[in-house]
Design a protein around this ligand. Structure first.
Ligand code: 4AD
Ligand code: MG
Length: 433
């Protein structure tokens, strides 16, 4: 019998087909069983109506336990009342493996610790399935956008000697006789590659020994980091906006079903338009002070709560640009119009999701300034000599940024905590399963 994916049932109405998957739930009546089936591509109901099937089939349906793997064969029918819903009138039912009858994740509400402990099973549930599909859509949209815009993907090393974002949250590892770190960011390596390949990006896991236990922090997360040679700061926000909007549009167009499963308020995503609002750091501080809910002073970085307060003024993502130099990293270009500031920008998500794109800046190509900054930050010049070489031989103005995949997925899915947006989250207290 032809095997079909659940997502394709719509094309097989009237055909007899086989679904290979799992039974995630069952409701039984007097002589009927409603089997909820899933196969990775979607969910559908299979119906075993006892008067219409062989005795063994009815018995098999009777004994099926939650999460048993099966082959179910029957005719595809359109749901009598619901549009775009298709069912399987099961005539044959084969158990591949009968699941033990104590599946830990039953329908009742479980606390987050229990669910995280059982993450390997929790991933099978409907909402987690939907989040992973949104995540996949975002990854695909990123790669597609980059490819269409002539970017070359390069992969930055994970084991490094360089700290791109300061030394406070590095994971140290023994590297034979030396010590190394797990990469915090692939940026410096992407920059080196752009001198060969032009527009370049890396996309991979990055690590931060974050002591913060917030809904926005993981210790291992994925980041996409583009670098654009010859781009100047005035064009950076336009580019980020175009890139980010492309992702939003792909998700709200291609993953509506998943967003519905997640009970996401899709209208909020549908209403997002370009251009995104742009405010300066100075203006952001003023807004916060006026709100009366923040004790921020000029020169201080925003806390998560500050970002949330700021986001209340906007319906979509917005930019905050030109931060005080003391808050920014060594490779960023000072603002030629105000020496206290840097040519940098963060993109803050709406609805309290916080910074989604960070590190956006024009990178300095003034070798002397860079040497000075490395000294000021007490960084080991030796470890960065290769990075200095990139500027020494044909330095150029250029811009780049980093977008955290899980924060982006959390916002689009409307999931509160980033730990649900990566298959196996690593956080301050968790490294299993
Ligand atoms: O602002 P960050 O630290 O910027 C950089 O690492 C730059 N070197 C990137 C670049 O310019 N190439 O991090 C960038 C983004 C943040 O905006 C956030 O989305 C995400 O990475 N991020 C985290 N996501 C989850 N957990 C954490 N602990 C994160 N730290 C940063
Ligand atoms: Mg940042």
């Amino acid at each position: 019998m032809e095997k079909v994916y659940i997502k394709d049932l719509k094309d097989h109405v009237g055909d007899t087909v086989t679904i290979k998957g799992w039974m995630y739930n069952k409701r039984s009546g007097k002589n009927i069983h409603f089997l909820q089936l899933r196969d990775g591509t979607g969910m559908a109901q299979g119906i075993v109506y006892e008067p219409d099937v062989a005795k063994e089939v009815a018995e098999t349906a009777e004994k099926l336990t939650m999460e048993s793997s099966i082959h179910a064969t029957g005719e595809v029918t359109a749901h009598p009342k619901q549009e775009d819903v298709f069912e399987l009138q099961i005539k044959e039912l084969k158990i591949v493996r009968l699941a033990a009858d104590d599946y830990p994740i039953a329908k009742k509400d479980h606390g987050p610790d229990f669910l995280l402990e059982n993450r390997h099973l929790w991933l099978r549930s409907k909402k987690q399935w939907a989040i992973m599909k949104v995540r996949d859509e975002v990854i695909w949209a990123i790669r597609e956008y980059m490819h269409k815009n002539d970017f070359t993907c390069v992969d930055a090393p994970i084991l490094t000697k360089t700290a791109c974002e300061g030394t406070t949250d590095l994971f140290h590892v023994d590297y034979f006789e030396e010590s190394a770190y797990l990469s915090q960011s692939g940026q410096l390596y992407t920059e080196a590659c752009e001198y060969s390949l032009g527009n370049t990006y890396c996309f991979g896991p990055t690590f931060r020994a974050e002591k913060s236990k917030t809904r926005r922090h993981l210790t291992e997360f994925w980041m996409v980091e583009p670098e654009m040679p010859f781009m100047e700061f005035k064009d950076l926000m336009d580019f980020q906006e175009d890139f980010f909007f492309y992702i939003i549009d792909k998700v709200r167009t291609n993953r509506r079903k998943e967003l519905e499963i997640l009970e996401r308020d899709i209208e909020k995503l549908d209403n997002i338009k370009k251009p995104f609002p742009r405010i300066s750091y100075d203006e952001a501080v003023e807004r916060l002070q006026k709100s009366g809910r923040s004790d921020i002073k000029w020169g201080k970085d925003f806390g998560g709560d500050d970002e949330t307060i700021l986001s209340e003024d906007f319906d979509g993502p917005f930019f905050v640009h030109r931060f005080p130099r003391k808050l920014t990293t060594f490779f960023m270009e000072p603002d030629p119009e105000d020496d206290r500031l840097t040519l940098n920008v963060d993109l803050i998500g709406p609805e309290g999701y916080g910074e989604i794109i960070g590190g956006g800046a024009q990178r300095t190509y003034d070798l002397e300034l860079l040497e000075k900054r490395i000294k000021e930050e007490n960084m080991n010049r030796e470890d960065y000599s290769w990075y200095l070489d990139t500027l020494k031989y044909g330095g150029i103005p250029h811009c780049g940024f980093g977008m955290g995949l899980e924060r982006c997925v959390a916002w689009l899915s409307g999931v509160k905590h980033v730990r649900e947006t990566i298959p196996f989250p690593r956080t301050l207290n968790r490294i299993t399963p």
